[in-house]
Design a protein around this ligand. Structure first.
Ligand code: FPP
Length: 233
């Protein structure tokens, strides 16, 4: 029941299964990624309606560079189109766009487009949408540790490390949802997910819709109820 839902502040998504979604329909993998990209809009709108303030989407991992060149190019093209198309919607809906991950290896034009989209939406405050691009949690932690080492800080605290991660300004996710039935974290937000609820659903990402999201929130609510008593002792 809707009014009983416990609403997380921050939900992180591993958007898995675009390729299998396409294959099951006899379509090329790239059309799976296209459908997956279009799905993000629906999920942001639903999250906004529910009052979720932060969303993270794993769009491109440090490991994804190992994919065939044409698939990488297709993903870059989708990202470019996505940024060009969505900025107006973001501004209309109060969405602030942020990224985590190392943008260095991206084409200069794409980097410019990413920075420009972030800049144009930076004053929005309804929902913060964080896209993970060339993101790997171990690499992020190492970047942070090296920053702390060069600042000469010792000993370091949890707050110190949290603060130098790419996610420094965001609250940790309360809930992580991975689609397509894979039961792994795949180098995603390893530090930040320490206390998160994890939900794995068999649906492929392009099929994950408002109803699926609502079910995940119901599960999140049930888990909190079950453990709340014990935690409160
Ligand atoms: C997993 O599907 C998905 C990815 C490689 C990343 C998700 C990317 C998108 C939704 C599109 C790009 C995003 C933006 C913001 C433009 P998979 O290919 O691993 O699927 P499979 O496991 O079924 O092969």
């Amino acid at each position: 029941m809707d009014h009983d839902l416990k609403i997380p502040k921050h939900v992180a998504f591993i958007m898995d299964g675009n390729g299998r979604w396409a294959k099951a329909k006899g379509l090329p993998r790239t059309l799976g990624h296209k459908a997956g990209t279009e799905n993000i809009r629906k999920i942001i709108a639903y999250a906004k309606e529910k009052g979720i303030s932060h969303l993270t989407f794993y769009a491109f991992s440090t490991e994804n560079w190992k994919r065939p060149q044409d698939e990488i190019q297709a993903l870059m093209g989708l990202l470019r189109q996505y940024l060009a198309r969505e900025v107006d919607t973001f501004n209309r809906e109060g969405v602030r766009l942020c990224t985590i991950g190392d943008l260095e290896p991206f084409h200069p034009e794409l980097k410019k487009a990413i920075e420009s989209a972030k800049d144009k939406t930076r004053h929005n405050s309804e929902v913060t949408v964080i896209i993970a691009l060339n993101y790997g949690a171990r690499q992020e932690i190492l970047r942070g540790v090296n920053r702390l080492l060069s600042s000469g800080r010792s000993p370091v605290t949890e707050e110190d490390l949290s603060g130098v991660l790419d996610t420094g300004e965001f609250p940790d996710p309360d809930l992580m949802i991975r689609t397509s039935g894979e039961l792994r974290l795949s180098n995603f937000l390893l530090w930040q997910l320490a206390y998160a609820e994890l939900i794995f659903t068999p649906e492929y990402w392009p099929d994950f819709n408002e109803v699926s999201f609502e079910k995940a929130l119901e599960e999140y609510t049930r888990r909190d109820r079950r453990f709340g008593g014990i935690n409160n002792v």
